[in-house]
Ligand binder design. Sequence first.
Ligand SMILES: *[C@@H]1O[C@H](CO)[C@@H](O)[C@H](O)[C@H]1NC(C)=O
Ligand SMILES: *[C@@H]1O[C@H](CO)[C@@H](O)[C@H](O)[C@H]1NC(C)=O
Ligand SMILES: *[C@@H]1O[C@H](CO)[C@@H](O)[C@H](O)[C@H]1NC(C)=O
Length: 196
Amino acid sequence: MHLYLAGICSLLISLEIVSVANGAATPDECNDTGGENTGMCCKHKREPESKEKQEEYENNMKNCFSKYFGDIQDPPPEDVKISLMECVGECFFNASGLLTPDLKLSQEKLNAKDDIVDPDPKWKAIDEAAVKSCFDKSVAEGNGSAKCKSGSFQFLRCVLRERFLNCPKDVWTDGDECNNYRKVVEKCPNVIPGVA
Ligand SMILES: *[C@@H]1O[C@H](CO)[C@@H](O)[C@H](O)[C@H]1NC(C)=O
Ligand SMILES: *[C@@H]1O[C@H](CO)[C@@H](O)[C@H](O)[C@H]1NC(C)=O
Ligand SMILES: *[C@@H]1O[C@H](CO)[C@@H](O)[C@H](O)[C@H]1NC(C)=O
C-alpha cells in the first residue's frame, strides 16, 4: 500500500493517538509498544506516485485530524480517542474517494485504487487477501461504534495488522525484538503494528 497508510501511520505516531488499545479488558502485555525499532520489523518501501498525490494525502490527513482533534488540548481518555480516530479514518477515506456517497466502505473502490493494494508482486496477493478478510469484519465493527460507523479506521488497522503478520520473509527483520513484538501483535487485536 501507499504512502497513504505509511502517512497515516506517521501521523498516528506523532500525535501519540493510538498508544494502547481499549482500556479495561486489555492484558498488560498489550501495552508493550515494542520500542521505536519495531517500525522496521517488516520493511516495506513504496515510492510515492507523485509529489502532487503525496501532498493531497497529507492535506487530507491534516484536515481530517484537525477537524476532530483540532480543539483538543489534553489527551482524551482512550475510548474517546478511539472514537475520534474512527471519525478521522472515515473522513480520510472519504476524502480519498474510498467510500460510497453514504460513507460506507466499498470493496470495489478499495481494490480498484492502488492506495491499499500495492501492485508490487511481493505484496499484491497479501494486500488483496487482507482487503478480503478485513472488509466484512470492519464493516461489522464499525456498525456498532458510537459516532462514525463506516469501519474505515478498523479496516486500516486490520490491513496493517495483516500485512505485518504476513510479512514476506525476505523483508522481515529476524531477531528477538521483532519476533517478540510479533507475538504481542498476534495476541492483541487492537495493536497497530509499527504505530503503537
Ligand atoms: C497497561 O495499561 C493499563 C491501562 O492503561 C494499566 O492499568 C496498566 O498498569 C498497564 N500495565 C503496564 C505493565 O504498563
Ligand atoms: C465526502 O467526500 C466528498 C467528496 O470529497 C465531500 O464532498 C463530502 O463533503 C465528504 N463528506 C463528509 C461527511 O466528509
Ligand atoms: C448494523 O446494525 C444495524 C442495527 O444495529 C443492523 O440493522 C444492520 O443490519 C447492521 N448493518 C451491518 C452492515 O452489519
